[in-house]
Design a binder for this molecule. Structure first.
Ligand SMILES: CCCCCCCCCCCCCCCCCCCCCC(=O)SCCNC(=O)CCNC(=O)[C@H](O)C(C)(C)COP(=O)(O)OP(=O)(O)OC[C@H]1O[C@@H](n2cnc3c(N)ncnc32)[C@H](O)[C@@H]1OP(=O)(O)O
Ligand SMILES: NC(=O)C1=CN([C@@H]2O[C@H](COP(=O)(O)OP(=O)(O)OC[C@H]3O[C@@H](n4cnc5c(N)ncnc54)[C@H](OP(=O)(O)O)[C@@H]3O)[C@@H](O)[C@H]2O)C=CC1
Length: 515
C-alpha cells in the first residue's frame, strides 16, 4: 500500500490554479491514487462566459480524467469549486465559503500564478507575491492545516548560475514592492521596472523570486515547502504519455516548427534543455505534501524539480528529435517544410529571420492579396519573432540546480511510493519522451486526427517540390541577370553549354556504336 496515497485519504485539500496545466495533472493524480480523499477545494474565477461548474465539467470531461472516472465515479461530488479571484482582496471569496475553507482545509497546494513573461509588474506582483501573502494569512487561520506547498520555478534565481535549494534574498524587500505598487501609477512603474528587476530577464521570474521570500518571511509556524520545477513539459507516463494543453514553454514552438513557421532559432545547441514532465512535477509535489505534513521539517525546505544534473538533454538534441518525429508524424496543412537552424550569431540570426521567416510571410501575404484574401502571415510571423525574443534568454544558457532535498526525499519513500509517485528523471528516455510530446501536441493541442497523416505527408512532398521549383526559378533569374551584365559570366555559360552539348553528342554516338 502506498503511504502517500493513504495519507491523502480523508483529507480536505485546497488547490489554487487547478484550472491550469499543472493544476489539472495534480487533481487527476490525487483522485486516481486517493479516491477516498474527502474534498478538493479549488479556487476558480468565472471565465469566458463560463460558470464555475461549467469550467469544472469541462475539465472532468477531458481525456485526462478518463481513468479517474473509473476509479472515482463520484469525482464531481468531491470537487468543490469556490468562486475566487486572486487579484481581489480576500480573493473575493464569500463569507460562507471562507468559513468552510478555514475550518476544513488540511493541505494547500498553491499553483496559481501569472506565467506570462511580459506581464505588467503591478499585475505580476499582485498575483505572484501579494496573493501568496494573502494565502499565507488565510493558512495561518486554518486550525487543521498540516502542510502548505508553494509552487515556484527553478528560474526564480535565473540571475545566478549555480542555484542551491535555499531561498535567496531579493535586492528590494517584497513588502516595499507590494506597498509601492499600491500608490505608483502605471507610467512610473513602467519606468522603474527595468531597474527593479535588474538582472532577472522578465517580471515573471522576478516576482516568483519575491514570492519565495514572502513565503519564507511570512510563513510563521506553518509547515511549508517550496517546489521549483524547471520547464514543465507534456506528461511522461501518467495518466498517459504526451498530455499537454497549453502553449507555454516548448509546446508553442513545437507547433510553430511543425507547421513550418519557425525554421531557425537563436539558441545554443549544447545548452541544457532543462525540461521536466508535468507528471514528474506532480509526483514530487504530492510526495512533498506528505513529507512536510508527516515529518514536519524544522525549516522551509526547497525542492528542485529539474532534469539537467541527473539526466541532461540539450536543445540541439531536442530540436533534432522534434524534427525526426515530424518526419513520422507530420502536422497537417504546414506552411513550409519543418526545418531547424540553430544559430548563436547575431548576423546569421538576422539573415535567417529575413530569409526563413519574414520573406516567405511577405510573399505569402502578397499571394493572399492577389487572390482577394486578407493578408495575415506577416502579423503572425511578427508575433512569433516577439515570442522567440522572450524565450531566447532560456535557450542560450545552462544552469546548475542542486537536488539534495529532492534526492533525500526519494530515499525516504518506500519502494511502493517510489513506484507510484516516481520523480526519478534518471529513468527518462529523452528520445521516446520527445516523440510522445510531439504526438501529444498534435493530438491534444492541435486536435488533429491520426488518420490525416498520409495526406499531411503528401502535402509536405508538394511543399518540397514547390521549394525545388522556386529555388530553380530563382537561380535561373539570377543567372540570366548576371549574364546580361557580365562578359565573364557569359563566357562561363557558353563554356558549360558547349561542354554539355559535347558530352551528350559523345554519349549518343557511343550508345549508337554499341547497338
Ligand atoms: C528552429 C526550429 C526549432 C525546432 C524545435 C523546436 C522545439 C525545440 C526548441 C524549444 C525551445 C523552447 C524554449 C522554452 C523556454 C521556456 C523557458 C521557460 C522558463 C520558465 C519556466 C516557468 O517557470 S513558467 C512557464 C513559462 N511561461 C511561458 O512559457 C509563457 C510564455 N509566453 C508569454 O509570456 C506570452 O505568451 C508571450 C510570449 C509574451 C506572447 O504574448 P502575446 O501577448 O503576444 O500573446 P499571447 O500570449 O496571447 O500569444 C500570442 C500568440 O503566440 C502564441 N504563443 C504563446 N506562447 C507561445 C510559445 N511559448 N511558443 C510559441 N507560440 C506561443 C499564442 O498561441 C498566440 O498565437 P495566436 O495569435 O495564433 O493565438
Ligand atoms: N508551466 C511551466 O513551465 C512552469 C510552471 N511553473 C509554476 O507552476 C505553477 C503552475 O503553472 P501552470 O499550470 O503552467 O500555469 P497556467 O498558466 O497553466 O495556470 C495558471 C493558473 O492560475 C490561475 N489564475 C491565474 N490568475 C488567477 C486569478 N486572478 N485568480 C484565480 N486564479 C488565477 C489560472 O486560472 P484561469 O484558468 O482562470 O486562468 C490557472 O488555473 C505556477 O506557479 C508556475 O509559476 C514553474 C515552472 C515551470
Amino acid at each position: 500500500m502506498s503511504m502517500i496515497a493513504a495519507f491523502y485519504g480523508g483529507k480536505a485539500i485546497l488547490i489554487t490554479g487547478a484550472t491550469g496545466f499543472m493544476g489539472k495533472v495534480l487533481m487527476e493524480k490525487l483522485f486516481r491514487t486517493s479516491p477516498d480523499l474527502k474534498v478538493v477545494y479549488i479556487l476558480v474565477r468565472p471565465k469566458q462566459g463560463q460558470t464555475l461548474q461549467q469550467r469544472v465539467f469541462q475539465i472532468l470531461d477531458s481525456k485526462l480524467f478518463e481513468k479517474v472516472k473509473e476509479v472515482c465515479p463520484n469525482v464531481h461530488e468531491k470537487i468543490r469549486a469556490i468562486s475566487a479571484d486572486l487579484n481581489q482582496n480576500d480573493f473575493a471569496i464569500s463569507k460562507e465559503d471562507m468559513k468552510e475553507l478555514l475550518s476544513h482545509t488540511n493541505i494547500i497546494f498553491h499553483c496559481a500564478a501569472t506565467v506570462r513573461f511580459d506581464d505588467h509588474l503591478r499585475h505580476a506582483v499582485q498575483l505572484n507575491v501579494t496573493a501568496t501573502q494573502q494565502l499565507l494569512l488565510m493558512a495561518s487561520q486554518m486550525p487543521k492545516l498540516e502542510a502548505f506547498i508553494h509552487i515556484s520555478t527553478a528560474f526564480s534565481n535565473c540571475n545566478l548560475k549555480h542555484i542551491d535549494e535555499v531561498v535567496y534574498p531579493c535586492p528590494v524587500e517584497p513588502k516595499k514592492i507590494i506597498d509601492s505598487m499600491e500608490w505608483l501609477d502605471d507610467a512610473i512603474i513602467d519606468e522603474i521596472t527595468p531597474k527593479l528587476i535588474g538582472d532577472w530577464p522578465n517580471t515573471y521570474t522576478y516576482t516568483k523570486a519575491l514570492g519565495e521570500v514572502v513565503v519564507q518571511q511570512e510563513g510563521g509556524n506553518l509547515n511549508i515547502a517550496i517546489i521549483r520545477p524547471s520547464i514543465m513539459g507534456a506528461t511522461w507516463q501518467e495518466p498517459f504519455p504526451g498530455w499537454v494543453d497549453n502553449l507555454n514553454g516548448p509546446s508553442g514552438l513545437i507547433i510553430a516548427a511543425g507547421k513550418g513557421f519557425l525554421r531557425s532559432i537563436r539558441a545554443t545547441p549544447m545548452a541544457v534543455a532543462d525540461l521536466i514532465p508535468a507528471d514528474t512535477v506532480v509526483n514530487l509535489t504530492l510526495a512533498v505534501g506528505w513529507y512536510t505534513a508527516v515529518h514536519r521539517p524544522k525549516s522551509t525546505l526547497v525542492y528542485h524539480c529539474t532534469s539537467g544534473n541527473l539526466n541532461p538533454c540539450n536543445w540541439g538534441k531536442m530540436g533534432l528529435q522534434v524534427l525526426a518525429t515530424f518526419e513520422k508524424i507530420p502536422f497537417e496543412r504546414a506552411f513550409r517544410r519543418p526545418n531547424a537552424d540553430f544559430t548563436t550569431n547575431n548576423i546569421t540570426t538576422h539573415y535567417w529571420n529575413a530569409v526563413s521567416h519574414r520573406a516567405p510571410a511577405i510573399i505569402y501575404d502578397f499571394y493572399l492579396r492577389l487572390t482577394g484574401r486578407k493578408p495575415r502571415m506577416t502579423k503572425l510571423m511578427n508575433r512569433l519573432l516577439r515570442t522567440l525574443s522572450m524565450l531566447e534568454y532560456f535557450v542560450n544558457r545552462s544552469w546548475e540546480w542542486s537536488t539534495y532535498n529532492t534526492e533525500m526525499l526519494m530515499s525516504e519513500l518506500s519502494p511502493e511510493d517510489q513506484r507510484v509517485f516516481n520523480f526519478d528523471v534518471r529513468q527518462l528516455n529523452w528520445l521516446e519522451y520527445i516523440e510522445n510530446y510531439v504526438l501529444g501536441v498534435k493530438k491534444y493541442l492541435l486536435k488533429e486526427d491520426m488518420a490525416g497523416i498520409p495526406e499531411a505527408k503528401q502535402h509536405l512532398k508538394r511543399l518540397r517540390n514547390i521549394h525545388y521549383l522556386f529555388n530553380t526559378a530563382l537561380f535561373l533569374i539570377a543567372w540570366r541577370l548576371l549574364i546580361a551584365r557580365s562578359q565573364v559570366a557569359r563566357n562561363v555559360w557558353f563554356f558549360i553549354v558547349s561542354f554539355c552539348y559535347k558530352f551528350l553528342s559523345y554519349f549518343r554516338a557511343s550508345s549508337t556504336l554499341n547497338v
